[in-house]
Design a protein around this ligand. Structure first.
Ligand SMILES: N[C@@H](CCC(=O)N[C@@H](CS)C(=O)NCC(=O)O)C(=O)O
Length: 273
């Protein structure tokens, strides 16, 4: 249930901005597992643009945690920061972390690859903090080690799986992480001119990934959540810029989210053609 900054002694609270960004992975798992939790939103317009985040909210440990940022997970009186820790904790209580240490390591390996090497580079490039060619399309080991390689890695993992799941024989956080990144990029790219061609080039010849997306999207609770009014509040926006729409220009925040996505899509078309 959405509530305004619920402070709860014992109930699970997931708190993030009203965009997908670093918050969507934990939300997907919590809704899929039907956890009893509060989906608490901090508002981009009211709090980020309105200034209450910077002046007050980020300095409230019960709201923004010890690291003064979001996402935050609260449970049993404790407050946790950092996307990886928040997501892993939700995965643990939802039953989406395996028990075997090597399988747990594989789940973290896949989730970290998606977070650090894909999601964060794209998000930072959208805000102008990283370079599309060097940090997103390219990579640390040169121009062929960026985005296309990361998605080939995910396709290979799924193609080699006998269960259809990324790790072992059950659904895990890794499956939700794969679903989220492929889904948000597909959705956003399909809204811009070069997007359909980029989606086809990036995902078109990846049958294992396509089958996996369908499997995850048709899980009953995923399907229900994704068609809910709650999901629509934040699910379509990759970053806070998405919520601002065209206003990024008058706010002197540069390109809109979709203008950034068009840069990404057109660069992908060039490098993959
Ligand atoms: N390393 C942290 C970074 C968290 C972070 O920078 N969160 C952003 C939102 S995506 C935030 O709350 N920014 C506001 C601020 O830093 O004041 C993580 O991965 O969770």
């Amino acid at each position: 249930m959405p509530q305004i900054h619920a402070i709860s002694e014992s109930k699970l609270v997931l708190r993030y901005w009203n965009c997908a960004g670093r918050g969507m992975l934990m939300r997907y798992m919590a809704y899929d597992a039907d956890l009893d939790f509060i989906d608490d939103l901090v508002d981009i317009d009211e709090d980020f643009l309105g200034g209450t985040w910077e002046s007050t909210k980020k300095f409230l440990p019960e709201l923004a945690g010890p690291f003064k940022a979001l996402p935050v997970v609260q449970h049993h009186g404790a407050t946790i920061n950092e996307t990886g820790a928040c997501s892993q904790y939700v995965a643990e209580i939802a039953g989406y972390m395996p028990k075997i240490p090597l399988d747990r390591a594989k789940v973290i390996m896949i989730s970290d690859h998606i977070y650090e090497d894909i999601l964060i580079n794209i998000s930072y490039a959208l805000w102008g903090f990283r370079d599309w060619d060097r940090d997103v399309i390219g990579g640390f080991a040169g121009p062929t080690s960026g985005l296309p390689l990361k998605f080939s890695n995910l396709e290979d993992i799924l193609a080699n799986s006998t269960s259809g799941f990324a790790v072992g024989s059950e659904v895990s956080m890794a499956d939700f992480a794969i679903f989220y990144i492929v889904d948000i990029l597909t959705q956003r790219m399909l809204e811009v001119e070069s997007g359909p061609a980029a989606v086809e080039l990036l995902f078109g010849s990846k049958p294992a990934l396509a089958k996996h997306q369908k499997m995850m999207a048709t899980r009953p609770n995923m399907s229900k959540y994704r068609s809910s009014a709650q999901w629509k509040l934040y699910g379509p926006y990759l970053s806070g810029k998405g919520v601002m729409g065209e206003r990024t220009h008058e706010l002197e925040l540069g390109d809109t989210e979709l203008e950034g996505i068009e840069i990404l899509a057109s660069k992908l078309v060039t490098c993959l053609t």
